[in-house]
Design a protein around this ligand. Structure first.
Ligand SMILES: [Zn+2]
Ligand SMILES: [Zn+2]
Length: 87
């Protein structure tokens, strides 16, 4: 878990894990043993394909977890939304 990173899905900047809104205005984030290179998401193992594991809907956010197709590491995306679901 030490290598876990959090990134804004829009500007691809590294962010803090508890962030709810990036300075670029985006509210979608990705967490995991991952990195971005040339705007592409990589698993630490070098793989770029992930399969959907689980999807959870909360009142304030949608959470989807993915598994790396190669090493099985879990990657999680979180999409925050305003109350009422109106962006
Ligand atoms: Zn951003
Ligand atoms: Zn992997």
């Amino acid at each position: 878990m030490d290598n876990q990173k959090s990134y804004c899905l829009k500007c691809k900047k590294e962010v803090t894990p508890d962030i709810k809104k990036c300075e670029c205005g985006n509210k979608s984030f990705v967490f995991g043993d991952i990195y971005f290179k040339d705007e592409k998401l990589f698993c630490v193992c070098g793989n770029t394909t992930f399969k959907t594991n689980m999807h959870l809907d909360y009142s304030d956010k949608a959470v989807t977890s993915y598994e790396c197709n190669k090493c099985g590491k879990v990657v999680v995306t979180e999409h925050y939304r305003k109350f009422g679901g109106i962006e």
